[in-house]
Structures are given as C-alpha cells and as structure tokens.
Design a protein around this ligand. Structure first.
Ligand SMILES: NC(=O)c1ccc[n+]([C@@H]2O[C@H](COP(=O)([O-])OP(=O)(O)OC[C@H]3O[C@@H](n4cnc5c(N)ncnc54)[C@H](O)[C@@H]3O)[C@@H](O)[C@H]2O)c1
Length: 288
C-alpha cells in the first residue's frame, strides 16, 4: 500500500481550512477545493494568518511556514482532485450536499483504492458511504476546531468500512498528522458531540429562559469549572448553524428531547446570527 502523500480537502470553511493547514504542515501535497470564490479567498487568508500566528508563538519555524504554504494548492473544481489518495470532505453539515460531493468525488477519483473521509459531526457515515460505489473506502475523520491546535481526531468506521482502510487511516492520523485518535462506532455525534451538544443546548435553553445572561452563563463555566471557554462562546465558535444541524441529527437518531434544538437557536440561525463566522451570535466578534 502506497504511503499517503497526495491529499485534498473539499469545503474551505473554518474546518476545511484548518484541516488543509494540518495536512500541509505534515508535509503533504494538499489541494483545497471550495466552490465559493469569496470563501476560497477567505480560506487562503485564514491559513496564512494561522501559519503566521504559529511562527509568532514559536510553534513553527519560518522555513516550515514557507514549506507549508508551498504545499497548498487552491481549486474551485472537484475535477482537480482526480489523482488524490485521500480526500476529506468538510462542506456544510447537510446530508444532501455531502452525498452529492462524495458521489461526484467517487466518479472523479482515478485510484479505486483512494479513501474518502467525511468530517461530518453527526450524519451517519454509513449513509454517506452508500452514496458512493466505494463504501469500503469511506469513513469518518472528525477533526476539532481549530484543527491545527486541537489534538483529537475521531475515526469512525461505517458498517461497510474495510478493516484495513480503518487501520491505514488511523495510522495516518496518528503517525503522519500527530493527532490523538479515538475510535467511535457510527452513532450520531460519535463520542464528543454526543456528550458536548446536549450541554451546549442546555446553556441555550438557560439563556432563552432568562435564567442568567449569556455573559454569566459563560463566566460560570469558565471560572467555576475551569473550562477554557463558556458553552455559548463555544457554540458561537462552532457556528450556530452547525450546532443546530448536529442537534437535529442527534434528535433524529435518539429521539431524546435533550437533543432537540431550542427555538432561540433556530431563530438565531434563521436571522443569520451564526456566531463568530458572521460576527455575531450570543456574543459580538470583531475578527470574522
Ligand atoms: N465548526 C466546527 O466546530 C466543526 C467541528 C468539527 C466538524 N465540523 C464539521 O465540518 C463541516 C464543515 O463545517 P464548518 O464549520 O467548516 O462550516 P463552514 O460553513 O465554515 O464551511 C463550509 C464550507 O463548505 C463550502 N461548500 C458547500 N458546498 C460545497 C460544495 N459542493 N463544494 C465545495 N465546497 C462547498 C461552503 O462554501 C463553505 O465554505 C461540517 O460537516 C461540520 O459539521 C465542524
């Protein structure tokens, strides 16, 4: 089996650009594919900013920064990905969009042994895999935000994922990317979001009920439980549209009221108040 050297990321939002940076910093030849020209430009700037920050903080030397930049190619068409050995899709958390992208990539990829990974937070990987003709080569590779900083990756096998594909990608995530790998069965939310999202939704319900202000809810968990960030600021960082989509997947899977998105969350998403990426959510943000 050839070593994985040629990779791609599809969807260059906050997660896709972070995953592309992780790949480039690991020395991989990386193509970033994003269909929206403004988002593609923003991704390039976001990666540049993040690489510069890593240099300023002494986590990357200037030569490493230049090498990573040189390994990144940007494209607006999936056709550019035909020779890739591994592609991670990180498009919006929408099953129809994801199955459309995966089915198209399946047609385009030249190598039958190439692996398609999804960064979905909560959509069953089995359902995404069967949208392709290579379900044995589809699995979940779930990074955390911001991907260059957070050490964890959840590796999720579907009922069709081949054991050798699973082992190969686990070894790649641990040895090539230097990530801490946990395995999860194909259950909505995997390990982390199945635990985290009900907590975030509880914080939204608390704000909705006027139980406490968003500032005090966050301060409570920051200073009372030593969390690095309060739940509403974390929901803003994830993106309220993504939190709502994950909640819907969890609710659809388990039918437990604690997973149902509260009305305030849905109204904020409808209003375009998506959190940090749009400049306002439960809190205001200057840098989008
Ligand atoms: N935000 C988080 O904290 C987080 C963490 C882990 C996983 N995820 C998952 O990662 C995925 C992406 O989330 P995000 O926060 O980066 O979202 P985002 O909204 O920031 O980015 C999604 C990007 O996908 C692009 N896109 C949509 N359709 C496309 C297509 N057909 N081809 C190419 N690009 C397309 C959009 O233009 C956008 O730039 C979702 O599945 C989400 O659940 C998110």
């Amino acid at each position: 089996m050839n070593e994985i050297r040629r990779v791609a990321v599809v969807g260059a939002g906050q997660m896709g650009s972070g995953i592309a940076e992780v790949f480039a910093r690991a020395g991989l030849d990386t193509v970033v594919c994003e269909r929206d020209a403004t988002a593609l430009r923003a991704a390039r700037e976001r990666i540049d900013r993040s690489l510069r920050r890593a240099v300023d903080r002494g986590r990357l030397d200037p030569a490493g920064c230049e090498d990573a930049r040189a390994r990144l190619l940007f494209a607006d068409d999936l056709e550019a990905l035909a020779d890739r050995q591994l592609i991670v899709e990180a498009v919006v958390e929408d099953e129809t969009v994801k199955t459309g992208v995966l089915a198209r990539l399946d047609e385009i990829l030249a190598d039958d042994g190439a692996v398609l990974a999804t960064n979905t937070s909560a959509i069953p990987v089995t359902r995404l895999g069967i949208a392709t003709t290579r379900a044995s080569h589809v699995l979940g590779l779930h990074f955390f935000n911001p991907a260059p900083v957070m050490p964890l990756v959840e590796v999720v096998s579907s009922l069709h994922t081949g054991p050798d594909v699973l082992r190969r990608i686990e070894a790649f995530a641990a040895d090539t990317l230097g990530k801490h790998v946990v395995r999860s069965r194909d259950r909505a939310g995997f390990v982390v979001n199945a635990l985290l999202v009900p907590y975030l939704l509880a914080a939204v319900r608390m704000a909705e009920a006027g139980h406490a202000s968003p500032e005090d809810i966050d301060a409570g968990m920051l200073h009372g439980c030593a969390h690095p960030m309060g739940p509403l600021r974390l929901a803003d960082l994830i993106g309220l549209d993504t939190v709502e989509a994950i909640a819907n997947s969890l609710y659809e899977e388990y039918k437990e009221p604690l997973y149902a998105p509260p009305p305030l969350l849905s109204r904020m998403v409808e209003a375009g108040l998506l959190g940090r990426k749009t400049g306002r959510g439960f809190h205001p943000y200057r840098e989008v």
